[in-house]
Ligand binder design. Structure first.
Ligand SMILES: Nc1ncnc2c1ncn2[C@@H]1O[C@H](COP(=O)(O)OP(=O)(O)OP(=O)(O)O)[C@@H](O)[C@H]1O
Length: 267
């Protein structure tokens, strides 16, 4: 359990206001494909994530969620298709695009032998933050997530849920406008899952963040979310929960998801 602390809204990066005079999507994926040898992981996928609000990226194992995240974060380069982040083309303007996203990867990436503060400082350095800014932001984000008193503990001493919370604080340090989380609650107990989801939903509401949350757990979705459904590398549906239910002739997201992902599983 932790008490979330509500802090003032962080200022956004000014250039976004300029480029987002219209409602520029936080993320626009267009005709994106990616293969590992002969295995097609993403097959002509197109969808958008609204400039603010919570979007669930739903897919079973092997749907292509992590491959998509790897392309958006440029761990892999896309050979076919386009990705724009707040209007910035990831291939042509990678710095401007990438500085707008924060990422929590599926596999934990904190250094267990560094303290919480040192992990955050390292991340700030990678983003070119001044040490004093980084220190102030680390304090803010650790307070927000209820871990101020653990700043000087080694990450190894934290629970799985606390480590995830530090990863979220780290992802927000440079004030991104789009937060990507790849199955962030995997391996956590019910209480930690609930609190992490509630925390990210609160961030989304209070700071006007756009969030893309990948999961296969239907109980993490809410009626007001936008959803993107991937299955076996293909886009099966995207839009509001209501639209996806209407399109599948179902009355709830779990039934819609079951209908959209029925059929042969890939070996
Ligand atoms: N590095 C890789 N080399 C070869 N094939 C890969 C690689 N990474 C992913 N794949 C394949 O690409 C497809 C999509 O995998 P991906 O990990 O993106 O799915 P996912 O939706 O994230 O699944 P999970 O929920 O299990 O993490 C799968 O068939 C997977 O085996």
């Amino acid at each position: 359990m932790f008490e979330a602390v509500v802090l003032p809204v962080a200022p956004s990066i000014p250039a976004i206001q300029e480029s987002a005079a219209g409602a520029v999507a936080a993320l626009a994926v267009e005709d994106l494909s990616h293969s590992f040898g002969k295995r097609v992981a993403l097959d002509h996928v197109s969808f958008t994530v609204p400039p603010a609000g919570f979007t669930m990226l739903l897919g079973l194992n092997g749907a292509g969620k992590t491959t998509l995240f790897s392309l958006i974060t440029r761990l892999y380069s896309s050979r076919s298709g386009d990705i724009r982040i707040f209007g910035f083309d990831l291939r042509r303007q990678p710095t401007r695009a990438l500085e707008r996203i924060g990422v929590v990867f599926q596999q934990p990436t904190l250094d267990l032998d560094l303290t919480v503060r040192q992990n955050l400082r390292y991340h700030g350095g990678l983003h070119g933050m001044r040490p004093s800014d980084c220190e102030a932001r680390a304090r803010e984000e650790l307070a927000r997530i209820g871990l101020s008193d653990r700043a000087d503990d080694k990450v190894r001493a934290l629970s799985g849920g606390q480590r995830r919370r530090v990863e979220i604080a780290r992802a927000l340090l440079h004030r991104p406008n789009l937060l990507l989380l790849d199955e962030p609650t995997v391996g956590l107990d019910v209480d930690s899952r609930r609190h992490i989801l509630a925390h990210v939903r609160a961030l989304c509401r209070e700071q006007g963040l756009a969030v893309l949350w990948a999961t296969h757990l239907m109980d993490e979705a809410a009626d007001e979310d936008s959803v993107v459904v991937l299955h076996q590398g293909r886009l099966r549906a995207s839009g509001s929960v209501r639209t996806v239910c209407a399109e599948t002739g179902t009355d709830a997201l779990p039934s819609a998801f079951a209908a959209l992902t029925a059929g042969e599983r890939r070996p």
